[in-house]
Design a protein around this ligand. Structure first.
Ligand SMILES: Nc1ncnc2c1ncn2[C@@H]1O[C@H](COP(=O)(O)OP(=O)(O)OP(=O)(O)O)[C@@H](O)[C@H]1O
Ligand SMILES: [Mg+2]
Length: 737
């Protein structure tokens, strides 16, 4: 038997983990030390040497994309098909279980996944029905709270509200929300996990079946499992099955969402005979990047403790750029990317990482301006778009007209004369009769409850959905989508919208048809045990995968593109060139983290995750002046920058003839940056970004941007009275103040 392919590309510690006899294992190791590689090779080993069938393996990954990569790697290593292996995220696997056992889970076969937006709407509606004022009971807070309870595995009946009126109300909403979900056949993300856990708890036969089936359980990114996920794993493992868990306590970044680092310690106690393996050699990053990461994370207390080293070169220093504002930052980043690409590197070797989703907009604009293809990773870019969600809602109505969330979304979209009052009346009727909105609307039309005009309009909507459903019979998925966007009037509606926005929406709707065309189903392999798996319709599969897979690189998967993503979604990934943007106090660390103990350490772990994504070169940028979330802020550089040893950092100065970057008082405090003298062109006044200048005609103003050099150099000045102007420096006779 040739196992050299499996073992040769590993170091001794990795080999020990991969080739261990079946048993419980914990691989605890820092970033880039090959944890994920160990997991993949371990699966290959189990199959090749222990004779495990792919059917007997369940692997949990952090994203669906990681799951696909894992499959591909194993197939490449062994030259066999991984068909039948269960590889996916906790949510994806839970969904699959619930689909296969919907009856035992007390769900309709075509239950729908409720994404966070739809969930919020539903909560609003539920609160409204309970007569709770939104101002006093912010629905987002309720959503957060309910999610938190589900993560902890708590149903409303188990929550002791005592005499706490706030908690009593929350529990009341939770009850009503559960009821609404059950009625509509809707399952939110937290519910997937909770139900899947209860499915096993309450159905011994089902649990036994899976325990028999999956003697080998493997989990990546174990440090970010929450209570219910861990309970689910343990329940499945019981005493017979073996878990290989790999993780890094320094990379636990989802505490705010209920993840428990403690699970790492509990694992060693809860499971029998756990073998712990540590990996310390890093294969990903240069020495410099690694030293920076180690230095930053050292500021955290209570670590399980491990130091990473590499045999590789030190590589280039980390570049730090102090931008004048967020525009300048974005432009700088795009320029460097263009240079990198001109040097012959592929675009998809670059990632821009940021702390908050909203930061992407400015970066996107800068990339668009320079026509640099980019993709937002994990940002729910396509399926989150309004017009797409509307079209998907029509498709959901075809699948299940009792889906209240979909009903709400499209009953009057595009507008068809069904006013808010009519919709309110439908809601009231549904509440009174304990039925779905669809059933209520049908009754109301039949009983002529509404005035003639409103009634006709509502009838029109009912007819439309019925017609779409009839048309959909025996049609291909893309034909259904095409019919939906045309017959519903959505396409026409956006065609009439003026400007680029409408056009983009039309294009998106069309893209949905292409997405349907390319879709060939979620793999549901036959279950050799004979457990009943009724194949859901392709439409249902598509709707589920759109909800589950949202944003995971589906935008033009094959185009070579720069990757944009939040630091959170960068976990587990690696890129030769990485930019960390917006590394400023209040943004990163996020200002919310100051309010809760422990959160600052989580921010630092997030910084560690960010730094360790970089293989060859890392840029850190911050803006002295930032417009974000609609307001202007002046932040100092992040404390994390100060935690990187100065000798690893090189500060970037822009060397155009006219620019002298604004002096940052904080540098003095940190007192450590090598500062190459800025270049000046003696003929021209030394204008500085952010500097004050005077113009004969326009008066005083602030320099905000530069462009070009030499005689063609231009500056943009925000004049106090005359507004913003672009001026040619050589002509404008600007006087620095
Ligand atoms: N023994 C090895 N020899 C050569 N390259 C290796 C070895 N082990 C891992 N690598 C490479 O090092 C990089 C990091 O590995 P991997 O992604 O598995 O690390 P990780 O510990 O999972 O990181 P993270 O904590 O970020 O998830 C990958 O490019 C991987 O292919
Ligand atoms: Mg990994």
């Amino acid at each position: 038997m040739d196992v050299s392919q499996i073992l040769d590309p590993l170091n001794d510690a990795q080999r020990e983990a991969v080739a261990a006899p079946p048993g419980n294992q914990l691989v605890l190791a820092g970033a880039g030390s090959g944890k994920t590689r160990v997991l993949v090779h371990r699966i290959a080993w189990l199959m090749q040497v222990e004779g495990a069938s792919p059917y007997s393996i369940l692997a949990v990954t952090f994203t669906n994309k990681a799951a696909r990569e894992m499959r591909a790697r194993i197939e490449e290593l062994l030259g066999v098909n991984t068909f039948g292996m269960w590889v996916g995220t906790f949510h994806g696997l839970a969904h699959r279980l619930l689909k296969a056992h919907y009856k035992e889970a007390n769900l309709p076969q075509n239950f729908q996944i409720l994404d966070s937006d739809d969930q919020l709407r539903l909560i609003k509606r539920v609160q409204n029905d309970l007569g709770l004022d939104e101002a006093k009971w912010p629905p987002r807070e309720t959503q957060w709270w309910i999610g938190g309870q589900k993560d902890e595995g708590l149903r409303p009946q188990y929550i002791q509200a005592g005499a706490d009126p706030w908690l009593q109300t929350m529990v009341r909403i939770y009850f009503a929300y559960e009821e609404a979900c059950q009625r509509g056949g809707l399952v939110d993300f937290g519910e997937l996990l909770l139900r899947a856990h209860e499915l096993w708890l309450n159905n011994e036969g089902v649990l036994d079946h899976y325990r028999q089936r999956f003697p080998h359980i493997l989990v990546d990114e174990f440090q970010d499992t929450n209570t219910i996920q861990y309970a689910w794993l343990r329940l499945l493992a019981g005493d017979q099955c073996h878990i290989t868990a790999v993780g890094d306590d320094d990379q636990s970044i989802y505490g705010w969402r209920g993840a428990k680092i403690e699970n790492i310690q509990h694992f060693a106690q809860d499971m029998r005979e756990v073998q712990t393996v540590r990996l310390e050699q890093n294969y990903r990053s240069t020495g410099t990047i690694l030293k920076a990461a180690n230095a930053v994370i050292e500021h955290n207390a209570g670590r399980l403790g491990k130091e990473l080293w590499t045999k590789g070169d030190d590589g280039e220093p980390i570049s730090l750029y102090a931008a004048y504002n967020e525009q300048d930052e974005a432009r700088f980043i795009v320029e460097r990317i263009e240079q990198w690409v001109r040097d012959g590197n592929p675009r998809d070797s670059v990632a821009i990482l940021y702390r908050s989703n909203a930061q992407s907009r400015v970066l996107e604009e800068a990339l668009l301006r320079e026509a640099v293809p980019y993709r937002i990773y994990g940002g729910q870019r396509f399926y989150e778009r309004l017009e797409i969600k509307n079209a998907l809602s029509y498709m959901r109505m075809i699948s299940n007209p009792h889906d209240d969330t979909a009903f709400e979304r499209v009953v009057n979209t595009p507008t068809r004369g069904i006013g808010a009052r009519s919709v309110d009346a439908v809601r009231g009727f549904a509440r009174e009769h304990g039925c779905s909105l669809w059933a209520a609307a049908q009754q109301m039309v039949a009983q002529r409850v509404l005035a003639a005009r409103a009634s006709n309009a509502l009838q029109g909507f009912l007819d439309l959905v019925n017609q779409l459903a009839a048309n959909a019979e025996d049609k291909e998925l893309d034909a259904i989508a095409e019919d939906v966007i045309e017959t519903s009037g959505l396409l026409e509606f956006h065609r009439k919208e003026k400007g680029e926005k409408g056009q983009a929406r039309v294009e998106n709707l069309k893209e949905l048809v292409s997405a349907c065309r390319a879709f060939d189903g979620i793999e549901v392999p036959p279950d050799e045990s004979g457990a009943e798996v009724e194949e859901p319709s392709l439409l249902d599969q598509f709707l589920d995968s759109a909800a589950l897979d949202a944003g995971e690189g589906q935008a033009d998967e094959f185009e070579e593109a720069v990757q944009l993503m939040t630091l959170h979604s960068a976990k587990g990934l690696e890129f030769p060139l990485v930019f960390m943007a917006g590394v400023e106090e209040n943004l990163f660390p996020h200002k919310m983290s100051a309010q809760e103990p422990g959160r600052m350490e989580e921010e630092r772990r997030l910084c560690y995750v960010g730094i360790t994504r970089a293989m060859q070169k890392l840029y850190i940028t911050y803006a002295e002046n930032r417009r974000l979330f609609g307001s202007e802020t002046f932040n100092s550089p992040s404390r994390f920058i100060g935690e990187i040893p100065p000798e690893l950092v090189h500060e970037v100065r822009l060397k155009t003839e006219i620019s002298r970057p604004m002096f940052n008082p904080d540098y003095g405090k940190v007192g450590r940056f090598s500062d190459p003298a800025p270049d000046f062109d003696d003929d021209l006044p030394p204008l500085a970004l952010g500097g004050r200048v005077e113009h004969r005609k326009f008066g005083e103003g602030t320099v905000v941007q530069f462009e070009g050099s030499g005689p063609r150099a231009r500056v943009q000045v925000n004049f106090d009275d005359a507004g913003s102007k672009w001026l040619v420096v050589a002509m404008a006779k600007l006087q620095p103040l």
